[in-house]
Design a protein around this ligand. Sequence first.
Ligand SMILES: Nc1ncnc2c1ncn2[C@@H]1O[C@H](COP(=O)(O)OP(=O)(O)OP(=O)(O)O)[C@@H](O)[C@H]1O
Ligand SMILES: O=C(O)C1=C[C@@H](O)[C@@H](O)[C@H](O)C1
Ligand SMILES: [Mg+2]
Length: 168
Amino acid sequence: MSKPLCVLVGAPGAGKSTVGRLLAQAYGVSFRDTDADVEATAGKPISEIFIDEGEERFRAMETAAVAAALAEHSGVLALGGGAVLAEANRALLAGHTVVYLSVELSDAASRVGLGQGRPLLNFNPRATLRFLLDQRRPLYQEVAVHTVVTDGRTPEEITAELAELLKD
Ligand SMILES: Nc1ncnc2c1ncn2[C@@H]1O[C@H](COP(=O)(O)OP(=O)(O)OP(=O)(O)O)[C@@H](O)[C@H]1O
Ligand SMILES: O=C(O)C1=C[C@@H](O)[C@@H](O)[C@H](O)C1
Ligand SMILES: [Mg+2]
């Protein structure tokens, strides 16, 4: 039983995977991403899981991946953007060093582009992102111990702030 150094949450395009990798490198620890874990378990990309099995099945696999990663991983962990929607996942995060990488619509939209590889954003990515951000902002805030604003900042700047926060 171990505990992640830090758990990153945030919307699509917040930079969880990008910043998570940089932070892990800086600390010399490994990086894990529950999206990649679900894909490895299913043997296919998330976009295909959504098409073949539906979002509900994906969310069940995601909860199993979150529980396993929180129990096993001691490095930096990024959660899928929608993981905070499930009460069970939010409960699992209690007591963990959860950092909310916040992003607002303008930067999120330019970072995810047309939403390729992100099934929820296949249709009208900007309007969907606006909805997701409004729906999830309070949930990210609820689980987070720290918030790091990412808008208009480079991944390196964000990583440096995160490293500073983790010293406490
Ligand atoms: N601070 C930043 N400034 C500019 N571009 C960024 C920043 N952070 C990430 N990006 C770019 O935005 C895109 C999305 O980043 P990333 O995949 O890390 O986000 P994510 O939070 O993991 O998204 P998802 O929830 O879809 O997995 C990538 O192309 C990445 O290079
Ligand atoms: O925001 C979401 O609901 C998602 C974000 C991605 O990380 C993936 O977990 C999946 O595409 C769903
Ligand atoms: Mg990611």
